[in-house]
Design a protein around this ligand. Structure first.
Ligand SMILES: [Zn+2]
Length: 273
């Protein structure tokens, strides 16, 4: 499952393809969208945002195309004269000066006016997006102290997109490891400096994953892991995917558990219960 950093990178690719360009053709499979297709012609694509796992294509006239890929949707980028050879069903095609962005298989697609976007049933439940909304560590810290989150266990809370949007399963394990926190702890159990460190790592580890294509490990530990013969699947992470291997920090054996029916990796010595 892609997490915030992977969705943001996909948005960057769409932005590079059609961002700043003028739509000269729009096609939608769903009739409720198809009626708006011609009204997009001649309009600039202003920006591509993400919010959690939603993709938001913003147009210069303040309209926003919302799409959520769920498990099966996929964007393909191509030139107008070379549509992808695929058996998937086309749902959206935006063409801008010879360049196209085509969305296949997704079913959750709708067109909004910027002002009404906060009323969207999915988006209205999300916290601020870590990558598209420049969320700061101070903002995260304030949210961790909210009554509704204070008594939630970190293992579950970090996957709750209502806290902040963009965290997913590998980021959860990595952030808890970097902050020396056990997943059973709750914000209310933490000292001020632990809360501050957690907030800082929620922001910085997510940004690093975005900038480095999913690599959340530190360079020193990457070198150590590569020397030990670990494949990229393992060396890209500090703790995730490393069950049975030695902790980079203390040498204890990394454990894999299930928290919220998703796998979580931790060091029993660095992250005591
Ligand atoms: Zn350790």
């Amino acid at each position: 499952m892609p997490e915030g950093p992977e969705i943001r990178r996909a948005a960057d690719r769409i932005e590079k393809q059609i961002g700043g360009r003028v739509i000269d053709d729009a096609w939608f499979a769903f009739p409720e969208l198809a009626v708006h297709a011609s009204s997009l012609i001649g309009i600039h694509v202003s920006r591509i945002d993400t919010w959690g796992k939603a993709m938001l294509i913003r147009f210069a006239d303040q309209r926003v195309l919302y799409s959520h890929n769920q498990l099966y949707g996929v964007w393909k980028l191509h030139s107008e004269d070379k549509p992808p050879n695929t058996k998937r069903s086309l749902r959206v095609r935006l063409s801008a000066q010879g360049r196209c962005a085509s969305l296949y298989s997704a079913s959750d697609i709708s067109l909004w006016h910027e002002e009404n976007l906060v009323e969207h049933p999915f988006l209205s439940r999300l916290g601020p997006d870590l990558l598209s909304q420049d969320t700061t560590a101070e903002q995260v810290q304030q949210r961790l102290r909210l009554k509704q989150f204070q008594k939630r266990r970190l293992g579950a809370l970090l996957l709750d997109q209502g806290l902040v949007a963009g965290l997913g399963n590998y980021l959860r394990s990595e952030i808890l490891f970097f902050t020396h926190l056990h997943p059973q702890l709750r914000p209310i159990d933490l000292t001020d400096s632990q809360i501050a460190l957690l907030s800082e790592k929620i922001v910085s580890v997510t940004h690093q994953a975005y900038l480095k294509a999913g690599v959340t490990n530190t360079q020193a530990w990457i070198d150590q892991a590569i020397n030990a013969g670990e494949p990229r699947r393992q060396w890209r992470f500090a703790v995730f995917e490393r069950a049975g291997l030695e902790c980079h920090r203390c040498g204890a054996v990394i454990e894999r558990t299930m928290v919220g029916s998703r796998r979580l990796y931790l060091c029993p010595r660095c992250q005591p219960a």
